[in-house]
Design a protein around this ligand. Sequence first.
Ligand SMILES: Cc1cc2nc3c(=O)[nH]c(=O)nc-3n(C[C@H](O)[C@H](O)[C@H](O)COP(=O)(O)OP(=O)(O)OC[C@H]3O[C@@H](n4cnc5c(N)ncnc54)[C@H](O)[C@@H]3O)c2cc1C
Length: 388
Amino acid sequence: MKDMTFTLTEEQRALKAAVYELCKQYPPEYWRELDAKREYPDAFINELTKAGYLAALIPHEYGGAGLGIVEGGLILEEINRSGGNAGACHAQMYIMGTVLRHGSEAQKNGYLPKIATGELRLQAFGVTEPNSGSDTTKLQTTAIKKGDRYIVNGQKMFISRVLQSDLMLLLARTTPVDQVVKKTDGLSVFLVDIRGLKGFEVRPLRMMMNHSTNALFFDNVEIPADSLIGQEGKGFSYILDGMNAERILVASDSLGDGRWFIEKAVAYSSQRVIFGRPIGANQGVQFPIAKAHMAIEAADLMRTKAAKLFDAGEPCGPEANMAKYLAAEAAWDAGNACIDAHGGYGYAEEYDVERKFREARLYKTAPINNNLVMAYVGEHVLGMPRSY
Ligand SMILES: Cc1cc2nc3c(=O)[nH]c(=O)nc-3n(C[C@H](O)[C@H](O)[C@H](O)COP(=O)(O)OP(=O)(O)OC[C@H]3O[C@@H](n4cnc5c(N)ncnc54)[C@H](O)[C@@H]3O)c2cc1C
């Protein structure tokens, strides 16, 4: 077993500090303006890519930094702790793992170096559909092989960053569900070059937060057969393989949000004087902040445990799921404590609390709902009867 201590190395502390420094060049006004216009943070993402942070998990041989999920998590956490929104770039870190683990040498050599330099962006991950939601194996988008092509038909819902990506990882059914032994069979993953794709329509959705989210329509879309990742019909297991990374990285987003809320709430309530004393001296204001801080610290321990297990190649499903749940709930509690501490100002756009509040809320729902995390823990960790 590799290092399982919970302190950061000197390199990890330096990485955190460097990411935070870069983020500080993108002040609250930058994120506020983009939020109002629902625009993508292109300048920030380009700089982050140029600095190599988005290629943290790509191995050296493909032009990346060859770091682990511990470091990937620290990068995302610092973006959110600084007041930014790592939701604009976190997917590249977790979906790229599917290409790395299951892609052919030609796919890895063809795409990963270009993803590392930023020449190609892979930020889109098409799983959710209007009629299947959390029940992924019921998805209805089909990819049928015809010669050297697959023909894709169907719809996807809530797929983020498609207009900002060159490539999308797509999950589609290649064998009808009534012709497979297990419903998880017959699903396949494709790495699709979506630039100028005929029959492919992207309809942006105005969401609660700035997340570049869309509905997608595939009408006889032809993709080259070599877009297939790994073996046909095994896609669901490839996606599952990537879930632990996704959970750990999203937990890191939430930890960053939680820390931003705590720092903001402490600063504001320590200087705001009402009834002749700082409001933070009142237990009604102070205790929810202290409680949220403890929850963030506890979630951080679980995130770090999950990340270290992951990097050591050990099983980490329970820890990754628990980290995602605990961090999302802790960030939400921190957000509520922060908005309460700010009184009316918590609702004013110029304080950024309401924006971060909307952004932090997402991780109770996506990429997997916290209800389903509890169902996982009940069934797979505690051995209780399956609920769905
Ligand atoms: C801003 C945003 C961005 C997103 N980006 C992406 C993306 O890039 N790619 C992508 O593929 N998806 C994306 N999603 C989709 C997201 O992953 C789904 O919303 C989520 O998986 C839930 O699916 P659903 O919305 O259809 O909810 P449903 O599956 O319909 O569930 C609705 C509610 O019922 C609950 N529920 C359902 N079944 C059970 C059960 N058995 N037990 C207990 N509770 C249950 C759920 O927990 C949830 O609270 C995004 C969503 C949002 C909001």
